[in-house]
Design a protein around this ligand. Structure first.
Ligand code: NAD
Length: 332
């Protein structure tokens, strides 16, 4: 089975090749650095399947081209699938498999890393020390113990994060239309949206990006939070109206922002653009705040997660070859 791998980075090549060997899968990978879009889809011609990541654009146009190349299998090396036009894929008979779970700990722990970096000003302290400045004025933090953390979305990642924060002595409240029995068993209360916004010292987003959750954090919802609230997003950029959060930062309504994802990240993240001028003025404004910490969609990036991701991708491709895709992994 010949597989065109898009948005390839050196670690993708290394871990996919290793999983292919481990499983004796005999997959022939063709690695492309290019993102998949209507202009690059031609690279897949001659392959039997494709393998994609979060910022590949698998829209109706791309799917139509793939079918014309007789490609009917897509193995995603991520959990989210909002980058795929699933309705079109189903209409064209294209099968799409994802990696539903690889390490909820990786993302939950990264959310905690953002919280601690912001709260204890680690990013600013690091810069000061490197400049021989050992003053601590301006770096005052607060104890996490006893603070209220609202977890938006309590699936695999949100539930793991909620347990971590409870372990630190925080009061955890959950907001999710489908309560998680594991968290109910830990006496973590489920509250409605307004209650979650009103009570939280820290809001952490772990729900998927869907039409109902697009811009969940906006001017109106931010007006209902405590002044100086901390907002953490390790889920998908589109959950936050970035211009609204900038307005909140400017008035002090928002005290801290930690982001691993950004609504326009497709043009920025995963590439070295250090020799180019930043064209995104909204992102540029975000970078000016001392109380904003941003990482470039790296929450998933642990050794354990990469092994689990590539093992599942290879397994999904073998299952596609045998026409036996696991129902839990299949999204189209
Ligand atoms: P999951 O499907 O296990 O859980 C999602 C939860 O969100 C579910 O419990 C669901 O009921 C809830 N939900 C749905 N609509 C909601 C709404 N309107 N309000 C509140 N909650 C709602 O997913 P998961 O594996 O925990 O992943 C969560 C998200 O994390 C994914 O959608 C993905 O976008 C993101 N993610 C990011 C990274 C990263 O590297 N930054 C890595 C993996 C996943």
């Amino acid at each position: 089975m010949k597989v065109a791998v898009f948005s390839t980075k050196p670690y993708d090549k290394e871990y996919l090749t290793s999983a292919n060997d481990t499983f004796n899968a005999n997959l022939e990978f063709e690695f492309y650095e290019a993102h998949l879009n209507k202009d690059t889809a031609i690279l897949a011609k001659g392959s039997d399947a494709i393998c994609c990541f979060v910022n590949d654009n698998i829209d109706a146009d791309v799917l139509t081209q793939l079918v014309a190349f007789n490609i009917k299998d897509i193995s995603l090396r991520c959990a989210g699938f909002n980058q795929v036009d699933l309705d079109k894929a189903k209409e064209l008979g294209i099968r799409v498999a994802r990696v539903p779970e690889y390490s909820p700990h990786a993302i939950a722990e990264h959310a905690l890393a953002l919280i601690l970096a912001l709260n204890r000003n680690i990013h600013r302290a690091h810069t000061r020390i490197r400049e021989n400045d050992y003053s601590i004025h301006g770096l005052l933090g607060f104890d996490l113990h006893g603070k209220t953390v609202a977890v938006f979305g309590t699936g695999k990642i949100g539930a793991t994060f909620a347990k971590v924060m409870k372990g630190l002595g925080c009061n955890v409240v959950a907001y999710d239309p489908y309560p998680n029995p594991d968290l109910l068993a830990l006496d973590i209360p489920y509250v409605n949206l307004d209650q979650a916004l009103n009570r939280a010292d820290i809001i952490s987003l772990h729900c998927p990006l869907m039409p109902e959750t697009q811009y969940l954090i906006n001017d109106e919802t931010l007006a209902k939070t405590k002044k100086g609230v901390m907002v953490i997003n390790t889920s998908r950029g589109g959950l936050i109206d970035t211009k609204a959060i900038i307005r909140g930062l400017k008035t002090g309504q928002v005290g801290y922002v930690g982001l691993d994802v950004y609504e326009e990240e497709g043009d920025l993240f995963f590439d070295d653009l250090s020799n180019q001028l930043l064209q995104d003025d909204v992102f540029a404004r975000l970078l000016t705040f001392p109380n904003v910490v941003i990482t470039g969609h790296q929450a998933f990036f642990t050794k354990e997660a990469l092994i689990n991701i590539t093992d599942t991708v290879v397994q999904n491709l073998m299952d596609m070859r045998n026409n036996q895709i696991k129902a839990s992994n299949r999204v189209a």
